[in-house]
Design a protein around this ligand. Structure first.
Ligand code: TMP
Length: 254
């Protein structure tokens, strides 16, 4: 059988042409990278878990009215999504000081922020995703002021909803990164949540122990990386039967 046309290969995912126009297949790899690709590796079973976790979180967000590109999961490592025009801006929402914010401002990791902070980075591998302001985004035409208002409001809704959802399973949502895209339906354009939401793109700390349950375990060589991703899936109640076995080929679900 002819393999589908590959549209794009990123660090952790591959996008293929979907079965119908306007759709894409998002394939989740086990590859992990950090520090502008200076550190690379494999987290066994990550693709399977992130596919499930992102499916679950996007579905729950859809349930509360947050528009997303997610359509349905196809198999262990693939999901069907709507093709959108990606806005070249990464949106980071922070509740607790960690990572680059802790470093930039000298605020100790773990310090609760007085209010949620939204930051933007311009998506560019060549430029190392520089942080930008709303002024840059609108002046350079990456998004209009109206689109940016919508993005900010969606990002805060996602933060409120996911903070509560994770709190319910004993996890603190420290920060996370979102991507958005433009989706056209007839002549109408909507901003929708795209990409993925997973322990690759969130900082998740156990509420009791503050133990990290996300990609920082890989970035900082903390060990038990696979176990952390599995534990997030387990607490969400979506750990695949028999664990995240490394299923290389697609297994089409009926
Ligand atoms: P940072 O503290 O390194 O700026 O990261 C903030 C959040 O964004 C954290 O949850 C990890 C996530 N993130 C990504 O998903 N992709 C990236 O390339 C970076 C730098 C961060």
């Amino acid at each position: 059988m002819a393999r589908r046309r590959q549209i794009f290969e990123g660090k952790a995912k591959v996008l293929f042409e979907g079965p119908e126009p306007g759709t894409l297949v998002q394939y989740f790899k086990d590859d992990a990278s950090a520090f502008k690709n200076m550190k690379t590796g494999t987290i066994t079973g990550k693709g399977v878990l992130n596919n499930r976790i992102s499916e679950y979180l996007m579905t729950r967000l859809g349930d509360v009215g947050v528009p997303t590109h997610f359509m349905r999961r196809l198999n262990m490592r693939e999901q069907l999504v709507r093709e959108v025009e990606i806005i070249p801006v990464e949106v980071v929402v922070r509740n607790i000081s960690a990572g680059s914010l802790a470093k930039r401002f000298g605020v100790a990791e773990g310090t609760p922020l007085p209010r949620s902070i939204v930051e933007y980075c311009y998506k560019s591998n060549e430029l190392d995703d520089p942080m930008v302001s709303e002024e840059h985004i609108t002046a350079f035409g990456w998004a209009t002021p109206q689109e940016l208002d919508e993005i900010m409001s969606l990002a805060l809704r996602v933060n409120d909803f996911l903070s509560g959802l994770f709190l319910g399973i004993g996890i603190r949502l420290v920060d996370f990164r979102l991507e958005f895209g433009r989706l056209w339906e007839d002549d109408q354009m909507r901003i929708v949540l795209a990409d993925e939401i997973s322990p690759d793109s969130c900082r998740l700390w156990d509420i009791k122990t503050n133990e990290k349950m996300d990609k920082d375990r890989f970035r900082r060589d903390l060990g038990k990386v696979e176990e952390a991703y599995q534990e997030v899936a387990r607490r969400l109640g979506i750990l695949p039967e028999g664990g995240p076995r490394d299923m290389k080929g697609p297994e089409v679900m009926q």
